[in-house]
Design a protein around this ligand. Sequence first.
Ligand code: FAD
Length: 448
Amino acid sequence: MSHEAISTLSSERFQKTSDKPSLVIVGSGMATGRLLDEIIQRSPNTYQITVIGDEPYGSYNRILLSSVLAKETHYKNIIQKTPQWYQDNNITFVPNMRVTRIDKETKVIYAMPTNIDELTADTKNTEYAYQHLVLAVGSRAARIPAKNQDLEGVFSFRNILDTEKIESYSKNKKTAVVVGGGLLGLEAAYGLALSGIKVTLVHRNKWLLNRQLDETSGNMLKKVMLEKNIDFALGEEIVQFENTLNASQQKIISGVILTNGQHLKADMAVIATGITPNAELGKDAGLSVNRAILVDDNMQTSDASISALGECCEHNNETFGLVDPIWAQCTSLATQLTSSTPHAFVNKPVATKLKVSGVQLFSAGVVESSKDTQTYTLLDEKSGVYRKLMIKGDIIVGIVLFGDTSSGMNYFDLMNNKTPIKQYLPELIFGHEYMESMMNDSESMQAA
Ligand SMILES: Cc1cc2nc3c(=O)[nH]c(=O)nc-3n(C[C@H](O)[C@H](O)[C@H](O)COP(=O)(O)OP(=O)(O)OC[C@H]3O[C@@H](n4cnc5c(N)ncnc54)[C@H](O)[C@@H]3O)c2cc1C
């Protein structure tokens, strides 16, 4: 529905029920769930809070959708905030409602039910007035430059509804293509392969997880995933999805054509090539936007009454796709909303793990060596263990571990705390136990 059409609709005003300042949050995803917890913990009565989300649920643990697809858990176990929770905390929760417009001059937002596709004479916007507005609208699955990707049987993997659709469509299917060899694509491929489907993962880079792993560890990962009934077309992209007609004469996917001309049979496909921040709502309202909605260190947008956080925001040229930095954003914003004290968000390095049973990998910081880094590697092909540390000056700047990640958090702490490590080289590469025994030795020598 076009914005012009929406703006001509009649409206009804949502009634405020208290004299407290009104804090309206758009999006009921992971960032909002955490922000609410942090606000309630600090000062539960400062605001009259309204949360408007376009999904049918309150905040849920989106991370665990991979485990839902792998049948390791069920949707009902990943819901973090039930309607009762909002009620108990005096928060007005409006599910199934999409915010379509922000008028920052009058401080009013306009929303309409998610399931309305066509305007009728009875269609109405609901208006919500705010004193402070938080945009936490996340992102959506990126589209790929391939023909026919809107065919029946081609899915994204972003929310509970997508996961339900994938699960239901995959029943009795024999072959699937997953597009994207990042964390999400690998987890989707693993989930489908577990239900007995022959999965081919198509990835445009020459090795998997190329943003987190180097070629050696990427190839080790491929070897492990091959044993999990997943095939690979690496260094390839999809040019086109092919179709056939089902019993109801509807066009459904039947395969894909790759850049090298190869045809792959596919009864279904999942596209997991990355995310696009939902920046349009902010952009249309006149907020400063680049790839996502621009925020400063205090999560404030270019309008002092509007904050943004999570995957829809951009801070110092960085956008976000993992929850660790988003939790830090929530702490920053909750502190300011409840105490007016600045609490700057600092974007710290994040460690990556893959949620595929039996695969141990850990990656943080830089992945490839450069001319100003020293690299220490250890490869034990027989036991499938690989370690690589990249050191700049005296400080760890990159960690890649495969097969044994037990030292991951130790290395990560050294990296984050910028601890000088030269004295522990080259033994540091053997793992944290070596380092700890060296530290103990030097302490006992000093004591003697
Ligand atoms: C399958 C999967 C596995 C993942 N695994 C990991 C992991 O292992 N580790 C990790 O750190 N991260 C992981 N992530 C990423 C993590 O889930 C996200 O970083 C996090 O959910 C972002 O939180 P958010 O609140 O910004 O966005 P979201 O959680 O996406 O919430 C945004 C909400 O806003 C709603 N919305 C959008 N527009 C509107 C509108 N106009 N009006 C009303 N509502 C709107 C959306 O529908 C959504 O409900 C994973 C993501 C997926 C999909």
